[in-house]
Design a protein around this ligand. Structure first.
Ligand SMILES: [Zn+2]
Length: 149
């Protein structure tokens, strides 16, 4: 529809007020951007259908990624709610250690776990990365739930 109207502009037989009404939901900026995209696609022999397919596929990828992030976030939240500082019961803080195993990180620690309470000096180094810590925690929780019936 948009495409045939764009061709209409070129042909000079355009129903200007109908076009304006049909596109009133879109800002002029969006219409300009659309024109740039559509012209570019047509120049490269793509169709609106191709664009639609691409967007659908890309959206699925984004949804999958978001789902994964939400899962990760929920896992971390669950871990933090169930694992408090062993010294003062405050919230823990997990941080990645970016220094690879070597002179500065002799044991290859990947996670720094510390207490959020400034007056508490609890800290713990872990060789697992945060994902693995949360995975292990979830596995233990599942086992605990199963053994409790
Ligand atoms: Zn503490």
């Amino acid at each position: 529809m948009v495409i045939s109207s764009i061709h209409g502009i070129v042909r000079g037989n355009m129903d200007y007020s109908k076009f304006e009404k049909d596109t009133e939901a879109f800002s002029l900026n969006l219409l300009q951007d659309t024109l740039v995209v559509v012209k570019h696609l047509y120049r490269n022999n793509w169709t609106i259908k191709d664009l639609s397919k691409y967007i659908k596929r890309k959206q699925l990828e984004v949804d999958k990624k978001n789902e994964l992030l939400n899962k990760k976030f929920l896992g971390l939240k669950m871990f933090l709610n169930n694992n408090k500082c062993p010294r003062c019961e405050s919230m823990l803080i997990l941080a990645n250690i970016s220094i690879p195993k070597g002179k500065a990180n002799k044991f290859g620690y990947k996670t720094h776990i510390s207490c959020s309470n400034e007056n508490c000096l609890y800290e713990h180094l872990d060789k697992r990365d945060i994902d693995a810590i949360i995975r292990d925690f979830k596995r233990r929780e599942k086992e605990r739930r199963l053994s409790n019936g």
